[in-house]
Design a protein around this ligand. Structure first.
Ligand code: ZN
Length: 161
């Protein structure tokens, strides 16, 4: 994989689930209800992002920035297609807010007391927070499920090395 920067993406508004999974892997993914058609293309061009879309009308643009046309409606197939089309990184895995795309910050455990269920506080050492929406993350909760899902796609960190 080398030390190169992880690819950044601009995902079409119809690809929310794919966008969240790419964020789980650590990729910077622009996504939102405003991103479709020309706004998607201009965002990708302006910010040097790879376009992810199912909108075949964009094929008419002869100067379309780097892109992947997703063939499937299903996020697993979509993720598989993206993984085979470009080099995905897992280096920043579970370090980005799934809702805001912002890189999470470490939060001292003491600061989380009372803000999460007590069993969560009791069983987790490390907490992360999103500086935009304030959402708290404790990677342990979803980690097992996510790693199993990624392993099934051949994208687990072990498999990526
Ligand atoms: Zn957030």
């Amino acid at each position: 994989m080398g030390g190169s920067e992880a690819l950044r993406f601009a995902a079409d508004r119809m690809l929310g689930r794919l966008a969240r999974w790419l964020r789980i892997l650590g990729h910077d993914v622009a996504y939102g209800p405003h991103l479709g058609g020309r706004t998607l293309v201009s965002c990708a061009r302006r910010e040097g992002r790879v376009i992810l879309t199912r909108d075949t009308r964009l094929r008419r643009d002869r100067e379309l920035p780097p892109h992947v046309f997703l063939e499937s409606d299903h996020f697993r197939e979509q993720l598989r297609q993206v993984a085979s089309a470009v080099s995905l990184s897992t280096g920043g895995m579970l370090r980005r807010c799934l809702d805001c795309n912002r890189v999470l910050e470490d939060v001292p455990r003491e600061q989380v007391a009372g803000r999460v269920p007590s069993y969560v506080w009791d069983t987790n050492e490390h907490f992360l927070a999103c500086g935009d929406c304030g959402r708290l993350y404790w990677p342990a909760t979803h980690r097992t499920h996510m790693l199993r899902e990624l392993a099934a796609l051949g994208l687990a960190p072990e498999a990526a090395q």
